[in-house]
Write a protein of this length. Structure first.
Lengths: 178, 421
């Protein structure tokens, strides 16, 4: 007697699902990760700032850190050369000569904290203290008036900063062809 | 190395300026060349390598001394610390698999020398059980092998410049390579850790001095993502992420995090520097596309290409590579008259999804100047736009995800140059 096609399909799907389950089960060798390891490795700062560390820094302190550790690559007042330009260009993105800088282009101040802490300075990454990173963010943002010249940033005030291009990005993965 | 074909035996042409129907490749003899006439001045003699023993075996073989010129190309001098890229010399290679030593490189702060015994992968965030895995752990999981390309989002970005750059195909388009990658499906590790319902993104991070970090949609991690441990059968090379890298087939190269040390599941993307400041696409209205992750359909003719000039009129094979982040290449068309008429090229199988695919077509060049184009179409129906259409989508100078139709001009002397359509 012939098996009806629909039953065969059901049997096939069931066997595929069973084999997929088997494949998905590895030997289970992952070891529990302790909190100290996670704390050491987790450098990510999400836009809501929930991951920011304790500490604080002012734009004035940031200017001193910048001139000692950043100026050689990013130029006076973040004007760039030999490496990326950090400041200026605010309002230029829709013009025939867009200038993409931290202050003109980046949507979140948290991204700047995240990046400086993980990757800067290029020759000695992950050596800056949290206070120094806060102060550098404050200084760079203050150059274009994104924060006031006497601004002090910390885990609460930094994520509250509204970057000039905050609404300039379209999430193409979630909604392409807008 | 050309031969005259009597009028009566002319092949079937599929498009203008000598493009021969791909069916004709199956006919023996069409491409046969006349043996060169050897110099008659001296009697023939056996070469020295036939008359004496060769050199002994070696622990790790290298290419022929006669092919020392096949090297990755640099935009900046090699040896510079910090950031940079080297490019696969596509025009000097054949087939579809990139030799490991020629896979393109893109580093954001040098190549780390990681001791695998001191490296571990952390999976944490919105999971039931934060876990760590060593290389030895991962080697005990069931492994899978897949042939997949990786392409830097900035590949061919020079095409956004106002005038075409005159450089060989590797320099222009060599930020793409293809290998057989073997490793552990990422979904297996994520399921072992237990995915919390709120998770929708995975933040991946490298152990290099840039701690390069990108946010990846969880759906991609549960689809065809892999922790790659082997590259073309040997351990992943240091330049490619030894001891382990993230492989996200079809996604822009930068997201395929090398030297992978950490995966954090979150409810939203991190908006890292490399997904805001870089690898985002500014449009004319001042807004930017973000997380445009899939690489579009693309093709480039490698034979002939810039620097490989024609050796007189006659029969040639046009050949090149095509690929798409959306899946398999369905069709590659070639034009020898600047896009007025097109001939379908022969696709060399097996045609694999998200892998370089070789195309070929016989061609009789009659010595007249012309423009060669190739146009790939993938199984999702995506096709390459003309440059004029591609460029309209973006702000001036924006070069990420450049996949416009690529053109080579052949002049009457047989010189091949880069051209814009």
């Amino acid at each position: 007697m012939r098996t009806p096609d629909c039953l065969r399909v059901i049997a096939l799907v069931t066997s595929l699902a069973a084999s997929a389950t088997v494949l998905a089960e590895g030997p289970g060798l992952g070891k529990p990760a302790d909190a100290a390891l996670i704390k050491m490795l987790d450098l990510t700062v999400l836009p809501d700032g929930r991951d920011l560390p304790a500490g604080r820094g002012s734009a004035a302190e940031g200017k001193r850190v910048y001139e000692a550790k950043c100026l050689a690559c990013h130029g006076i007042n973040g004007q760039g050369q030999p490496m990326d330009r950090l400041t200026g260009g605010v309002g230029s993105l829709a013009t025939p000569t867009p200038v993409k800088t931290v202050n003109s282009y980046w949507p979140y101040a948290t991204s700047l904290f995240d990046y400086i802490r993980r990757a800067m300075p290029l020759t000695t990454p992950q050596t800056l203290r949290a206070d120094e990173v806060y102060s550098l963010v404050a200084y760079i943002l203050s150059i274009d008036g994104v924060v006031k010249a006497d601004a002090v940033l910390d885990a609460k005030s930094l994520p509250a900063v509204k970057m000039p291009n905050r609404d300039g990005f379209l999430n193409w993965w979630e909604n392409p062809r807008r | 190395m050309t031969r005259r074909i009597p009028e009566a035996t002319l092949p079937e042409f599929a498009a203008a300026n000598g493009l021969i129907h791909r069916r004709e490749l199956l006919v023996g003899g069409l491409m046969a060349s006349v043996s060169p006439v050897l110099g008659a001045q001296q009697p023939p003699s056996l070469p020295s390598w036939t008359l004496a023993p060769g050199r002994p075996m070696s622990g790790y073989g290298m290419p022929s001394e006669w092919r020392k010129n096949v090297q990755r190309g640099f935009t900046l001098p090699p040896g510079r610390p910090g950031t940079g890229a080297s490019r696969t010399p596509l025009h000097l290679l054949e087939g579809t698999i990139t030799p490991n030593g020629l896979h393109f490189e893109r580093h954001h702060n040098g190549v780390p020398d990681i001791d695998p015994a001191q490296h571990q992968l952390l999976v944490h965030g919105l999971v039931d059980r934060p876990l760590t895995f060593t290389l030895d752990d991962l080697l005990r999981y069931p492994l899978q092998s897949h042939i997949r390309f990786i392409e830097c989002a900035g590949n061919s970005g020079g095409g956004a410049a106002p005038a075409p750059t005159q450089a060989d195909a590797g320099t222009l388009h060599g930020l793409v390579s293809c290998a057989q990658w073997t490793g552990v499906p990422l979904s297996v590790l994520l399921q072992e850790a237990g995915i919390k319902p709120a998770a929708s993104w995975v933040i991946a991070e490298g152990a290099d001095a840039a701690a390069l970090s990108r946010s990846i949609p969880l759906s991609k991690c549960l689809d065809d993502a892999m922790i790659a441990l082997y590259q073309n059968g040997e351990a992943v090379r240091p330049e490619q992420g030894f001891p382990m890298r993230l492989l996200l087939p079809g996604f822009q190269g930068n997201t395929n995090i090398k030297w992978l040390r950490r995966l954090r599941l979150t409810d939203k993307p991190a908006n890292t520097k490399d997904e805001t400041s870089k690898y985002s696409e500014l449009m004319p209205d001042g807004r930017a596309r973000q997380f445009m992750l899939e690489m579009g359909p693309k093709s480039v003719i490698l034979k002939p290409s810039y620097g490989m000039n024609m050796q007189g009129r006659g029969f040639y094979e046009i050949s090149g590579i095509a690929w798409s982040g959306a899946g398999r290449i369905r069709r590659v068309e070639i034009s020898a008259d600047g896009g007025r008429t097109w001939a379908e090229a022969l696709i060399e199988g097996p045609v694999l999804p998200k892998a370089l695919t070789r195309f070929r077509l016989a061609w009789r060049w009659d010595g007249s100047p012309l423009r060669l184009l190739s146009r790939a179409t993938d199984e999702a129906g995506g096709t390459q736009p003309p440059r004029s259409e591609w460029i309209k989508q973006y702000a001036p100078g924006q070069g990420y995800h450049y996949n416009a139709i690529q053109a080579w001009d052949v002049d009457a002397a047989g010189k091949v140059t880069n051209a814009y359509t």
